[in-house]
Design a protein around this ligand. Structure first.
Ligand SMILES: *Cc1c(COP(=O)(O)O)cnc(C)c1O
Length: 424
C-alpha cells in the first residue's frame, strides 16, 4: 500500500487536501490520516482472501482512535482487542462483543470477567492456567466462554527482536505439543467452548516463509484436534503483515494470501486474520515543525522538530526507519543535503532519521514523517510533560479533527491540585 501523501508543486497533499493548510489550523505536531487509504488497504486484504471463508479482525493496538475504529467497523471488519481498554473502545465504536476477539499475554481477572460477561467472540488464551481461569469464571457467571489457545510455533518471523512473538524464547502462547493436550483434557468442560486455534508470530513480517510455516502449524494442529473430537469453528492466523517503510517491495496482501492459502486447502475451517499495521500504517503521517537548526564543526547538520519519541516512538524503540518529506513546496532544482532530523526530548535515542537528504530546512518549515498510522499515536506519552497531539482524518476532499490536542488541564485533572490542608 503506497502512501496517500504526495508531494505536489503546491506542497504535500493528502487525497487532494493541503497538509500545510490543515496543519496551520490544528497546529503542530499533529497526526493526519487518509480514510481512503484505510479503506483501500482493508479492501485489498479482504479481496486477497476472496473465495476462502474468512473474517478480518482489525488489531486495535495499531491505532485505536475512535473515528478510525468506527471506519473499520463500517467496512465490515471485526476487532482484535489486546486489553480491557481496547474491548471497551471497540464497543464504543459500535462493535458488538461477538465481533471482538480478545488476545493478550497477561489478561487480568477483571479483564477476563468483563470479556466473559459481555460474551466476547473468542478469548485467545495464552496458557493452560488461563484456560482454567476462564472456565472457572465463566462457571461462576453462568456463561459459556468461547476460547482458542494461542500456540507458539517456534518460528522466527525475521522481524525486529522486539516484535517477534513466535519463538520459544518469547513470552507468547503455548508450545504446539502442549496445546493439543490442553484441548483434549478440557474439551468436556461445560463452561468453555473451544472455537478455534490462534497463532501470531510477529509484526512487520516482510517475507512469506514465516507466515506459510505458521499456517502449516495451525492447519496441522486444527486437523489433529478435529480428529481428537474437538469441533473447532475457525483457525486464527493472527496479523503481522509488514509494509514498505523504505519503499523497497515487501509482501502485500496478495502475497500473504498466496503464501498461506495452499496450506489452508487441507482444512475446511474458516479463517480469521488480525492485521493492524497493514491496514493503517501507510494511511498516517506525523506532521511537525522545525524549531531549531544547527551545524556542528565537521558538517553534521541537525533539524530539531517539535515532535519526538513522545509522539512517534518507533525510531527510538526499534530503530525503525520512516521517510521524512517536506510539507511546503520544493522549488525545482533546490539544493538538497543530508540532515539529522531529531526530536526535542532529553534522550539521545530521540532521532527520527540520520543523513536524510532533504532540501534546506529553516525554522518554522514543516516536515511529515510518513507511514506513521500504526504504532504511532497509540504509543504517545506525556514524557517531558508534553501534550498528546491532535489527530485529523482526511476524507472526501475535506478533513475533520478526530482527536483534539491534549491540554495541561486534561493531564493535571488526574492529580492532586493543591497542597493538603490537613489541620487547618
Ligand atoms: C499485534 C497483534 C496483531 C497485529 O499485528 P500487526 O503486525 O499490526 O498486523 C494481531 N494479533 C495479535 C495477537 C497481536 O498481538
Amino acid at each position: 500500500m503506497s502512501s496517500p501523501f504526495i508531494s505536489t508543486a503546491a506542497g504535500l497533499a493528502c487525497d487532494g487536501v493541503s497538509v500545510a493548510d490543515l496543519a496551520s489550523e490544528v497546529g503542530t505536531p499533529c497526526y493526519v490520516y487518509s480514510a481512503k487509504a484505510v479503506r483501500d488497504a482493508y479492501r485489498a486484504l479482504d479481496a486477497a482472501f476472496e473465495g476462502r471463508a474468512h473474517r478480518i479482525h482489525y488489531a486495535l493496538k495499531a491505532n485505536s482512535t475512535l473515528a478510525l475504529v468506527r471506519l473499520l467497523r463500517e467496512l465490515g471488519s471485526g476487532a482484535d482487542a489486546n486489553s480491557g481498554g481496547e474491548i471497551r473502545v471497540a464497543e464504543r465504536a459500535g462493535f458488538s462483543a461477538a465481533d471482538i476477539v480478545f488476545t493478550g499475554v497477561g489478561k487480568t481477572a477483571d479483564e477476563l470477567a468483563y470479556a466473559i460477561a459481555r460474551g466476547i467472540g473468542t478469548i485467545n488464551a495464552e496458557s493452560a492456567g488461563e484456560v482454567d481461569r476462564i472456565a472457572a469464571r465463566a462457571l461462576a457467571l453462568g456463561r459459556v466462554a468461547s476460547v482458542a489457545v494461542r500456540v507458539n510455533p517456534d518460528i522466527d518471523a525475521g522481524s525486529h527482536p522486539h516484535i517477534s512473538t513466535g519463538l520459544r524464547s518469547n513470552k507468547f502462547g503455548v508450545p504446539v505439543e502442549e496445546a493439543r493436550a490442553i484441548y483434549r483434557e478440557r474439551r468436556d468442560v461445560g463452561s468453555i467452548r473451544f472455537t478455534g486455534v490462534h497463532i501470531h508470530v510477529g509484526s512487520q513480517i516482510t517475507s512469506p516463509g514465516p507466515l506459510a510455516r505458521a499456517a502449516r502449524t495451525l492447519v496441522d494442529l486444527g486437523e489433529a484436534l478435529r480428529a481428537d473430537g474437538v469441533p473447532l469453528e475457525h483457525l486464527d492466523l493472527g496479523g503481522g503483515l509488514g509494509i514498505a517503510y523504505d519503499e523497497r517491495r515487501v509482501l502485500d496482501a496478495a502475497a500473504w494470501a498466496a503464501a498461506v492459502l495452499p496450506e489452508l486447502r487441507r482444512t475446511p475451517l474458516p479463517i480469521l486474520l488480525e492485521p493492524g499495521r497493514a491496514i493503517v500504517a501507510a494511511a498516517g503521517a506525523l506532521v511537525a515543525r522545525v524549531v531549531d537548526t544547527k551545524t556542528y564543526p565537521g558538517g553534521r547538520r541537525f533539524a530539531v522538530l517539535d515532535a519526538g519519541m513522545t509522539e512517534l516512538m518507533r525510531p527510538a524503540l526499534y530503530g525503525a526507519f520512516h521517510r521524512i518529506v517536506p510539507v511546503g513546496p520544493v522549488a525545482e532544482g533546490a539544493a538538497v543535503g543530508p540532515w539529522d532530523v531529531v526530536g526535542p526530548i532529553c534522550e539521545s535515542s530521540d532521532v527520527f532519521g540520520q543523513d536524510r537528504v532533504l532540501p534546506e530546512l529553516r525554522v518554522d518549515d514543516r516536515v511529515a514523517v510518513l507511514d506513521a498510522g500504526a504504532y504511532g499515536a497509540v504509543m504517545g506519552s506525556n514524557y517531558n510533560r508534553r501534550m498528546l497531539p491532535p489527530e485529523v482524518l482526511v476524507d472526501g476532499g475535506t478533513w475533520t479533527l478526530i482527536r483534539r490536542r491534549q491540554t495541561l488541564d486534561d493531564v493535571l485533572a488526574l492529580e492532586t491540585q493543591e497542597a493538603g490542608c490537613a489541620g487547618s
